[in-house]
Design a protein around this ligand. Structure first.
Ligand SMILES: Nc1ncnc2c1ncn2[C@@H]1O[C@H](COP(=O)(O)OP(=O)(O)OP(=O)(O)O)[C@@H](O)[C@H]1O
Ligand SMILES: [Mg+2]
Length: 275
């Protein structure tokens, strides 16, 4: 295993991606559930949700990137599709050269384990496992030898400043420390891309600032893409580029690194308003 450099190119290409969720009670959901029901009887249902309506996005270089947009604009849906946790209805998703949209289920399992790292707002650590065991979980699932796993786990946790927390369970770690363990787990196979959905949503302002710096450094040092969904302009000001989603489409993008957060917030809300 080569720990510190990604195995594939750090690139993301999204073209014409659409995703509609059938909602219980909607016409299409009821049609599939009750195939013999007369169509006239089910026409009164609510509408399906068009979460993504033709997303195009290209990221060709490693770095720290932000996705912003109002609640319900499709940010988490987009990250889910990129992570291979769900499939688009149409369109192409290419991550690090892999065509995620056309993978078979067994290929998706490997992709999720080795080629992509995901960090969520709620940390998603297993409560019964300590920091080291949580970090090496992807390698355990992949059947790697225990010794190699331990060495790698200690190394990453050490790099993230958690050498003295190896045997702490999540309940005995601060929020910021839990999120660093989640990052360590995401980095286990040195994927070309890490996806983070509002990673500082449960952290105080000091821990949040430390986490943005860490994600920025991680992207630069390991030459990977870190793509973060955020509602906070100050977070996006750490990112080289910010994409604005509006109603399931990319309404615009701009260089955001070092921008004054109030200026950045104004720019993103203007794009969301006018696009
Ligand atoms: N599993 C699902 N079934 C039905 N509708 C869904 C599902 N997941 C998301 N949606 C709908 O799709 C739309 C986009 O949701 P999404 O979670 O991507 O928004 P978001 O931009 O992440 O919002 P937030 O900022 O509040 O997290 C919303 O209208 C949401 O209600
Ligand atoms: Mg969301």
């Amino acid at each position: 295993m080569t720990p510190s450099t990604p195995s594939a190119d750090a690139t993301i290409s999204i073209r014409g991606v659409r995703k509609t969720y059938p909602v219980a009670g909607s016409v299409s959901a009821r049609k599939s559930a009750l195939t013999d029901t007369a169509e006239s009887e089910i026409k009164s249902g609510s509408r399906d949700v068009e979460a993504l309506r033709g997303v195009d996005m290209e990221i060709c270089d490693p770095g720290f990137y932000a996705v912003m947009g109002r609640s319900g604009s499709g940010k988490s849906t987009l990250l889910h599709l990129l992570a291979g946790l769900d499939r688009p209805d149409s369109g192409e998703i290419i991550v690090g050269g892999s065509a995620v949209h056309s993978m078979k289920e067994n290929e998706l399992v490997k992709y999720r384990r080795r080629e992509i790292g995901v960090i969520f707002q709620q940390f998603n650590l297993l409560p019964t496992l300590d920091a080291l065991a949580n970090t090496i979980l992807p390698g355990v699932l992949d059947g790697r030898p225990t010794k190699e796993l331990e060495t790698r786990g200690r190394e990453i946790l050490g790099e993230l400043g958690l050498s003295d927390r190896l045997h702490h369970r999540p309940e005995a770690l601060s929020g910021g420390e839990q999120q660093r363990v989640a990052i360590a787990r995401a980095l286990f196979f040195a994927p070309p891309v890490i996806l983070a959905d509002e990673p500082t949503g449960n952290l105080d302002s000091t821990s949040s600032a430390a986490l943005w710096r860490l994600l920025e450094e991680t992207a630069a040092k390991r030459k990977m893409i870190v793509l973060m969904v955020t509602h906070e302009a100050i977070a996006a000001s750490h990112c080289r580029q910010t994409f604005i989603l509006k109603d399931g489409r990319v309404a615009g993008e701009f260089e955001s690194h070092g921008l004054d957060p109030s200026q950045l917030a104004h720019r993103s809300s203007e794009l969301a308003r006018t696009a």
